[in-house]
Design a protein around this ligand. Structure first.
Ligand code: MF3
Ligand code: CO
Length: 256
């Protein structure tokens, strides 16, 4: 069942969405050669504490990993797709791309968003990967309208990414969000005809999160049980926003 939210619930999700936005902006601004992904974790913990927010990822149980996640951020560098773990030994260098993914809850309502940021000068391919992945999310956001169907969102991301010569990760998907970090429906970044194709209705909120590989789509998980990487070692990018369906059109809760 897809839970629909009232206006006052959406206002609460808006607060957590804006906090996530502020945190990602601050962390994105920190990204530079010599900075570690652990430095970002420390800064994020502080911002969440200052805001009186609960981290959404820390202690979140993920069945595929068989354990709880231990950090407030996922920091996935280069060929890492998602669930990269902040690490004081992971020093960023020029040419890297780092996906910063985080979520919080305030007053019981969740926000979740991700950006991918380049360090110094990037290769032409990496620049295009970031651009195409972010654009695929923007095109999908515009489909988050009453009367459209879930596959309109999935297909929009898929078509745009494939047309630009990149590939879609299939193992990880977006999701509904509200009083839980992960709610129905799953939001794959491709049309998965094994799933239902519900109509979008006012009050639904979707976390849309394209994960796009420069090379082949195949992913594997490292022995740390969390870090998902591309099998071919190609770079992977990730952007995410929470979007509500309103009579006025798509409302992106995770940006001003
Ligand atoms: N943004 C991802 C998601 O929405 C990461 C959360 S996984 C966690 O699924 F384990 F870190 F919480
Ligand atoms: Co998410």
């Amino acid at each position: 069942m897809i839970v629909r939210k009232t206006r006052s619930e959406l206002e609460k999700m808006r607060r957590s969405g804006l906090l996530v936005h502020d945190i990602l902006q601050a962390l994105g601004g920190m990204v530079a050669e010599g900075v570690t992904t652990w430095d970002m974790e420390v800064a994020a913990v502080k911002m969440m504490e200052d805001a009186g927010a609960k981290p959404a990822f820390k202690n979140y149980f993920v069945p595929a990993a068989g354990e709880r996640y231990r950090y407030v951020l996922c920091t996935s560098v280069n060929e890492e797709i998602v669930h990269g773990m902040p690490n004081p030994k992971r020093v960023l260098k020029a040419g890297d791309i780092v996906s910063i993914d985080t979520g919080v809850s305030l007053d019981g309502y969740f926000g979740d968003s991700a950006i991918t940021v380049g360090v110094g000068e990037l290769s032409e391919e990496a620049k295009k990967l970031l651009k195409v992945t972010e654009e695929s999310l923007e095109l999908a956001i515009d489909k988050v309208r009453e009367g459209n169907r879930l596959f309109d969102i999935c297909g929009t991301v898929e078509n745009y990414v494939v047309r630009n010569g990149f590939s879609i990760v299939r193992e990880y998907v977006g999701h509904g969000i509200g009083t839980q970090l992960h709610e129905e429906p799953q939001v794959p970044n491709y049309v998965d005809r094994r799933n239902e194709n519900p109509r979008l209705r006012e009050g639904m909120v979707l976390a849309i999160e394209p994960m796009v590989n420069a090379g082949k789509p195949d992913a594997k998980v490292l022995r740390d049980k969390w870090t998902a990487v591309t099998k071919d070692g190609s770079y992977s990018a990730h952007f995410e926003h929470c979007v509500a369906i309103t009579p006025e059109g798509p409302w992106v809760l995770t940006r001003p």
